[in-house]
Write a protein that binds this ligand. Structure first.
Ligand SMILES: [Zn+2]
Length: 319
């Protein structure tokens, strides 16, 4: 399979490869997606200021050659897809969104579909993806890049930083989300990615390490046949570990929170009560070992099967 590695990340999705090869020399697709989103935002700024987020997206879409419409009621072909884009025989592109979802999710989905137009090769990519499982690595790398572009389109760096007025923290999320028409979660992540210093944000889940989870599943199987009195002692304890993960551009690899690393049991993320924000000055489980401000709150959207005593958590850390 065709595969390219840039800045430590490897890419094999045909759409992503077409973007990497769209200019002479190979381009970093993450930077290229953000560059294209910023260029589109810059074109929009040449019009009068548009306050309504949905209207902004409609115009951004038309600048990118996409007509945006709500789906006809109940016509969503796939529950997992919140919006979709397709091209007719004359090359015109249309994006349809599910109007039943909340404002923030709809807006992010529309922006995500617009970001798909940044990839020169969309037709082939769609065919390729049909051959792959939904959550294959190839399907995901393109979707993550489109999310990156969506965040920049919906919450442009300049306007977003203007609106924060040099302040930082989870108390900014609600007013920013209402100003930009974004979801609470996407706004938390944007606070990190737009920040001019070092900042990290993400979603935490209370879970075992991957190999521990596999071991536990095996033991449960064995227990069907034999009772093991030592079991309770041997059972590994879940901890908060990261799911999604976002950093400011100033963060190098040393700020990466690895998949299996856990937040220290003393961290404030274990002591969030109700809808409160927990705060601390803490070191993240990264190579950087730097202390910074850490804030955490319960995620509004809880996945099915999340631990009721240890719900999914959003965190924001900065220096
Ligand atoms: Zn997509």
């Amino acid at each position: 399979m065709d595969r390219v590695t840039i800045d430590g990340r490897s890419y094999s999705d045909p759409d992503v490869l077409s973007l990497i090869r769209s200019r002479s020399g190979s381009v970093d697709p993450r930077r290229e997606v953000i560059r294209k989103a910023r260029a589109l935002n810059a074109r929009l700024r040449s019009f009068d200021a548009i306050e309504d987020p949905r209207e902004r997206l409609r115009i951004l879409g038309s600048l990118a050659g996409v007509t945006i419409n709500p789906m006809v009621a109940g016509a969503s072909p796939d529950k997992k897809r919140e919006a979709l884009i397709y091209q007719d025989q004359d090359g015109r592109r249309f994006s349809f969104y599910d109007p039943n979802l909340n404002e923030g999710r709809v807006n992010f989905s529309i922006a995500h579909e617009i970001a798909h137009t940044f990839f020169p090769n969309s037709g082939n990519g769609a065919r390729f993806r049909n051959l792959h499982a939904e959550d294959s690595k190839e399907a995901n790398e393109l979707e993550r890049l489109c999310d990156l572009g969506a965040s920049e389109l919906l919450m442009p760096q300049e306007e977003f930083l203007d609106a924060t007025r040099g302040d930082m923290g989870l108390h900014l999320v609600a007013p920013l989300a209402s100003r930009f028409g974004s979801s609470f979660e996407a706004t938390v992540f944007r606070l990190a990615t737009a920040f001019e210093g070092t900042a990290v944000a993400g979603l935490l889940q209370y879970r075992l390490r991957k190999e521990e989870a596999r071991g536990a599943a095996r033991r449960d199987q064995q227990l069907l046949f034999e009772a093991d009195p030592r079991r309770s002692q041997k059972d590994p304890v879940p901890r908060y570990r990261r799911q999604s993960f976002h950093t400011s551009s100033k963060c190098g690899q040393e700020y990466l929170v690895l998949w299996n690393k856990s937040f220290d049991p003393e961290s404030c993320v274990y002591y969030v009560s109700g809808t409160e924000v927990a705060t601390g000055i803490e070191t993240l489980p990264t190579k950087a070992r730097q202390r910074g401000f850490l804030e955490a709150c319960r995620a509004l959207f809880q996945r099915e099967g999340s631990d009721s005593d240890h719900p999914d958590m959003l965190f924001l850390w900065w220096q």
